[in-house]
Design a protein around this ligand. Structure first.
Ligand SMILES: Cc1cc2nc3c(=O)[nH]c(=O)nc-3n(C[C@H](O)[C@H](O)[C@H](O)COP(=O)(O)OP(=O)(O)OC[C@H]3O[C@@H](n4cnc5c(N)ncnc54)[C@H](O)[C@@H]3O)c2cc1C
Length: 387
């Protein structure tokens, strides 16, 4: 017989999604959060790009966010500078932020603890966990799958498969005392086929230089791309320093169409296990925090329909926006360096507001109508050609 612990809610995963669920549950709802890493917030698997307005709207401590007021966007032969002072980017100190989220919560947080699997017994779930080689069981009424791209719970119960298309990124973080702390860069083209690269200054005067690719669209590893970037002349052209004495962060996120079924008879998914990062840039932290908190409130509500209401609310907010963003993601992943030159040149014709909306995956009604009209025109011209 394994040792058994009872709780109402088991949360699997101590990233921003799981921690935000835990931080919003009312005191009378018992919860255990299991996290396979040794500590919250480390290792870092994300570059932490966000927006100052979200830091403010979500009530996150401003000292965990470094504001950036302008961005340079590069392709092989084009360059565009975007003034973002009216809507600055924030580069988050994710380690401190995630720890802060964990302190907001009354859940029993168990690090270095791996979720192994679950079986349903009566109206409950019996889950097996392992810490220091020792297994034990947790009996719960509800399980929240916040395990990121692993989809550990859904996969184990045969409810969902892990994503077959994934963004894989690697980032070198290093001291960059001479880099303008107000300047970020995004780069596209031959240095990063199928994905993109970034350079973000951080709260501590470091620079995070990263590249990401989409698998299986590309068979190149991000490490090889990073080596190519360091050995070629691209960094000098973009006036970015070369990393020395760097620390490596790496991570994976799903890159598949958003599907809005989130509640499966006692099992709920949130964050990357529900593919909630934006399809345009793969920005997930603010959405994980917002939707994690909303889910925590729905679980705390206790009424039978609260989870369905949450699911419907997420669908209303994300489904159409993410469908449009994913089309752009899919098209861009097939771009050649010449396509990227044309695309960066086209970005110049957009207003700064439209460009930032595109990056945020937050399309206005006008942009949605314009896209609808373009798609109808394409369909008509295809039909006419076929005649
Ligand atoms: C390279 C890269 C760069 C990114 N850059 C940005 C960015 O600039 N801005 C942004 O907003 N987003 C960015 N993202 C996306 C963002 O990191 C994710 O959307 C976000 O971290 C998802 O949070 P989550 O809590 O759902 O999952 P995660 O952050 O993945 O957390 C889930 C946790 O669950 C744990 N876990 C998994 N399986 C088990 C198990 N069986 N038992 C116990 N624990 C388990 C994992 O160890 C993990 O720590 C980036 C992602 C990558 C990969």
């Amino acid at each position: 017989m394994l040792e058994r612990v009872d709780t109402e809610i088991l949360i699997v995963g101590g990233g921003p999604a799981g921690l935000s669920v835990a931080s919003t549950l009312p005191d009378h709802v018992s919860a255990i959060l299991v996290h396979q890493d040794r500590e919250i917030g480390k290792p870092v698997r994300t570059s932490g790009g966000c927006w100052m307005r979200d830091v403010d709207a979500l009530g996150l401590p401003p000292e965990f966010a470094h504001p950036v007021n302008h961005a340079d966007i590069y392709s092989d032969n084009e360059h565009l500078t975007v003034d973002m002072s009216s809507d600055p980017v924030a580069v988050l100190n994710v380690t401190d932020l995630y720890r802060w989220l964990s302190v907001q919560s009354n859940a029993d947080i168990r690090c270095a603890t791996k979720y192994l699997g679950t079986c349903r017994k009566g109206g409950q779930f019996v889950s097996r966990l392992r810490k220091n080689g020792e297994e034990y069981e947790v009996v719960s009424r509800i399980i929240v799958d916040a395990s990121g791209w692993h989809c550990a719970v859904l996969q184990d119960l045969g409810l969902w498969a892990p994503p077959d298309r994934r963004g894989i990124g690697i980032e070198y973080e290093f001291a960059a005392p001479f880099h303008d702390p107000n300047r970020a860069a995004l780069f596209f083209g031959s240095a990063t086929p199928t994905g993109y690269g970034w350079a973000f200054p951080t709260t501590s005067g470091n620079l995070r230089l990263g590249v990401g690719v989409i698998e299986p669209d590309s068979d190149q590893s991000p490490k090889t791309l990073m080596q190519g970037l360091l050995e070629g002349g691209a960094l000098e052209k973009m006036e970015l320093p070369k990393p020395e004495n760097f620390h490596v962060n790496a991570g994976i996120l799903p890159s598949i169409p958003f599907t809005s079924n989130l509640v499966f008879d006692g099992v709920v998914r949130v964050g990357d296990s529900a593919n909630m990062a934006t399809p345009t840039l793969g920005e997930g932290i603010r959405i994980c925090i917002e939707q994690g908190r909303n889910l925590g409130a729905a679980l705390g509500d206790g009424s039978p329909d609260a989870l369905r209401r949450w699911e419907r609310m997420v669908r209303r907010k994300l489904a159409l926006q993410y469908r449009i963003g994913f089309e752009a993601n899919r098209r861009a992943a097939a771009y050649t360096p010449q396509d990227w030159d044309r695309s960066v040149a086209r970005m110049r014709t957009l207003s700064p507001e439209e460009l930032l909306r595109f990056f945020r995956n937050d399309f206005s009604a006008r942009m949605i109508l314009h896209r609808g009209a373009q798609s109808i025109t394409r369909k008509i011209s295809r039909a006419l050609r076929g005649r």
